[in-house]
Design a protein around this ligand. Structure first.
Ligand SMILES: [Zn+2]
Length: 296
């Protein structure tokens, strides 16, 4: 199994910033140390043309020149920095490479990505480019008829992804998330599973088991992008869910078993994770990748 990393995922943010940029080298270090059956490869950035299949020219220029105005900067959530463009292009590249590797070998991962709040012309919630959308549209050039299932188990709804694929019958968007949490304005996906705030592990797992397999089997995908999400943990600052490590492990096992039992290629990406202890964030992001590697 291949997992893709990039040193450009990381640059220091101001002290106290809630986005843990260090989780990218942190997760990479865990996978490098403990990963069995995993080959680490550097991510290559996507091209401007590949980004332009998802994002508008004016928006790409804004990110390139970091010409954010007040509310846009607040919504984006990261300090305006000229390195963001390259960082986010690499993050999209890792997801594209993971998608390609999954199609060729069955399973792969990007040690980053899952920037599901980004829409065609705006950034939101630390997401600038929608990596799954960029990867998916690039893969469509090589595989025009690919049916793709976006499986989003991050604590927040994948509103950007939903908006980008609302009219694409070859993409199914599934999102299980907190119903009254960020983003305030939800964009309907093909299957939304909203949960109460601070739902616990059994509640989350029951809702996942009741809905995911039905949606998955009805759609019959050729490829799955899994936005895993570490922010479902009970100690996460933003997730507003109450899953412990064991429940997250059960979630990961359920998803990996389901996708493997139907022999559908799977590309795993990170999604959000904001534990106060960055070491826990790193561990939660690395775990589904480690488990996937062990099953090869
Ligand atoms: Zn999230």
């Amino acid at each position: 199994m291949q997992a893709f990393y990039h040193r450009d995922y990381y640059f220091p943010l101001p002290e106290g910033h809630p986005f843990q940029m260090e989780k990218f080298p942190g997760g990479h270090a865990i996978v490098a140390r403990e990963g069995r059956g995993i080959t680490l490869r550097p991510a290559e950035p996507v091209t401007p043309g590949q980004l332009a299949r998802v994002h508008t020219p004016a928006y790409l220029e804004k990110v390139r020149t970091h010409a954010w105005v007040g509310s846009e900067r607040t919504r984006m959530g990261l300090p305006a920095d000229p390195r963001l463009f390259a960082r986010c292009a690499s993050e999209c590249g890792g997801t594209l490479q993971a998608g390609r590797a999954a199609l060729a070998e069955g399973i792969a991962a990007n040690l980053g990505g899952g920037t599901h709040h980004a829409a065609a012309d705006r950034a939101s919630g630390f997401c600038l480019f929608n990596d799954v959308a960029v990867a998916l549209r690039a893969l469509r050039v090589e595989h025009p008829d690919l049916f793709v299932f976006v499986l989003d188990t991050d604590a927040h709804q994948g509103d950007g992804t939903h908006a980008l694929f609302s009219t694409d019958p070859r993409v199914f968007t599934y999102s299980i998330h907190v119903g009254r949490n960020f983003p305030a304005r939800k964009v309907p996906g093909d299957c939304d599973v909203p949960l109460e705030r601070y739902a616990d592990g059994p509640t989350y797992l029951d809702a996942l088991r009741r809905t995911l397999e039905t949606a998955f089997l009805a759609f019959e995908p050729d490829l799955v992008f899994w936005v895993a999400g570490a922010d479902v943990h009970r100690d996460d600052r933003f997730g507003q869910l109450c899953l412990d490590r064991e429940a997250i492990e059960s979630r990961n096992r359920f998803v990996l078993d389901l996708v493997r039992s139907w022999q559908v290629p799977l590309a795993i990406v990170y999604g959000g994770g904001y534990n106060r202890e960055v070491a826990l964030t790193n561990r939660l992001h690395a775990e589904p990748v480690l488990r996937a590697g062990e099953r090869r």
